[in-house]
Design a protein around this ligand. Sequence first.
Ligand code: FES
Length: 269
Amino acid sequence: MKRRELNPTVTELWIHAPLIAKKAKAGQFIIVRPKEDSERIPLTIAGYDREAGTVSIIFQVVGAGTMELNTLKEGEAVHDFVGPLGKATEIEGLKNVCVVGGGVGCAIALPVAQALHAQGTRVTGIVGFRNKDLVILEEEFRACCDDFIIMTDDGSYGEKGVVTAPLEAKINEGANFDEVIAIGPLIMMKFVVKTTKPHGVKTVVSMNPIMVDGTGMCGGCRLTVGGKTKFACVDGPDFDGFEVDFDEAMHRGTMYKPFEGHAREEECN
Ligand code: FES
């Protein structure tokens, strides 16, 4: 296993997993357990090298599980690594796409942008971060985007503001996107949809709720999409953004926060 620190809280690991590397597609995820008694951590595949047989995951330390994953040193192995799970992002036939990434969600947006670029799609990349220190994968995005904009909340890098501002401007200028693919915090995806919906621009969002088994059995990752219950792990993680009940998803997301924080405190003691 190889590791690289992308910013003070975000780490990239390249794991040797030839069978997964052979089948992985952008948008799918894996479940990793750093040690035998660790919790299972679902992470979207951030990259793969079929020849080298390696798969990359990028994560932010947010709770006990990711903190433990972050203790692994170069050359060490994870206990288990299962995947690829979920459905791949559908990109076939798309000619002109805007990929919007927010924060660590950019790690998931990047392979989608790369796959689009590889099939000859025109890719506009718009990525947002809180500040300059948190910017990740800029070079990689520049390499696969025909047009690329970085936004920061505080204006310390790129342009100041939120990702929806340039998105709206591009749509108004007649960018004519076949589709917008948004990957990032729920609140960002909700506002991307608010921006695209009035213009009728199809928008796909990548939902990353709490997952437990990753196989559709536990119900931990359930969401309401188009008034129906869906499981992000088997029905997604990509969904039609116009249909997702973001408010419910955000409410469920906050319900778990105290548990995550608590687990982290225990870990630190
Ligand atoms: Fe258990 Fe999706 S993670 S149903």
